[in-house]
Ligand binder design. Structure first.
Ligand code: CUA
Length: 353
């Protein structure tokens, strides 16, 4: 048998093998970089901030180590065989052709089966960890109803009489039970540093829980394609110390302070006599629409527009001027507000601390 036609094939194999080894090495080297990125505002599953995501990150590490070991062994054998049996000009010997090798076949059947079973058992254990609330370690619990809308999240603290939107405010070291549902299509609630993905279905309640170890803001993303602004449907979790959380609760339970500033009063007038009240609620006022977010304490939030914008005068102004331009498919239409109306509305809304 003439070996020369096989040379290009072996070269290609060598090249592919070398490329795969280099890629694998680069990926492994890149992991610490990603993990560090997670300490900033970048949501990263590799930078867990609570027990749920820690369990997921540990499972990921084990799978990565096993997969890397399998990769190195398989690619190593490919490289060795390509080198060892490459065509040599003066070499007239050919490797002995073999047909069937019972020992090898048993080995390469049993070994992968064992690896798969091990991973399966570990995945089940992780699932069990996610299902078990660490009640002993964190005896405090609260329950929040999470309702997905196109394209924002509503949060109802039924026990506390609070309804808010875009920011999920939670106390640290507390089990936060989430009851997820949807007002329209399927959404998925995902905060990589705090939990895995949990779907929010219409007419169905899915339960999960999260717990944050340290105060901070944890960002997430709706993880189920739900329409034109799926990508703009963010999750913002604001974790406060239990004392700060209690203050927040008192502030949210209070009725909004009546505006004293003339411009804000004018804005309140515009709000209460315009289209706004058809969709929005402001506790203790004539506005009790249920379509859009409850705006009672809008100015106390960190985010606007489904979490896609930070809460500021400028962003609120841009939003009021043309919502669908910032969030395509937004249920809030362009109301063709004048600059004067927008200025007044911004002053009023920003007074709702
Ligand atoms: Cu909601 Cu994607």
């Amino acid at each position: 048998m003439n070996g020369s036609p096989q040379t290009p094939l072996r070269r290609a194999l060598l090249l592919i093998g070398a490329l795969m080894v280099v890629t694998a090495l680069l990926s492994v080297l890149a992991i610490p970089a990603f993990a560090q990125e997670g300490t900033s505002t970048q949501p990263s599953s590799l930078n867990p901030a609570g027990p749920n995501s820690a369990a997921i990150a540990s499972l990921f590490t084990v799978v990565l180590v096993i997969a890397t070991a399998v990769f190195v062994v398989v690619e190593g054998l490919i490289l060795i065989s390509a080198f060892r049996f490459r065509h040599r000009v003066k070499d007239t010997s050919e490797p002995t052709q073999v047909h069937g090798n019972t020992k090898a076949e048993i080995a390469w059947t049993i070994l992968p089966a064992l690896i798969v079973v091990t991973l399966f058992v570990m995945a089940l254990q992780t699932q069990q960890t996610l299902d078990t609330k660490p009640v002993a370690a964190a005896p405090e619990q609260i329950t929040v109803k999470v309702i997905g809308h196109q394209f924002w999240w509503e949060y109802q603290y039924s026990d506390l009489g609070i309804t808010t939107a875009t920011d999920l405010v939670i106390p640290t070291d507390t089990v936060v039970n989430l009851e997820l549902t949807s007002a329209d299509v399927i959404h998925s609630f995902w905060v990589p540093q705090l939990n895995g993905k949990t779907d929010a279905f219409p007419n169905h309640v899915n339960t999960t829980w999260i717990q944050a170890n340290t105060p901070g803001i944890y960002y997430g993303q709706c993880a189920e394609l739900c329409g034109a602004s799926h990508a703009n449907m963010r999750v913002v979790v604001v974790a406060k110390t239990p004392d700060e959380f209690d203050q927040w609760v008192k502030q949210q339970q209070a009725a909004p302070v009546e505006p004293t500033d003339a411009l804000a009063q004018q804005g309140q007038q515009t709000f209460m006599t315009g289209a706004c009240i058809g969709c929005h609620t402001i506790n203790g006022t004539a506005a009790n629409g249920k379509v859009g977010p409850n705006l009672t304490h809008l100015a106390s939030r960190t985010s606007l527009a489904g979490g896609s914008l930070t809460e500021s005068d400028g962003n609120l102004r841009r939003w009021l001027a043309n919502p669908p331009a910032l969030k395509p498919g937004s249920m809030m239409p362009n109301l063709n507000l004048t600059t004067t109306e927008i200025d007044a509305l911004v002053a009023y809304l920003q007074s709702l601390k």
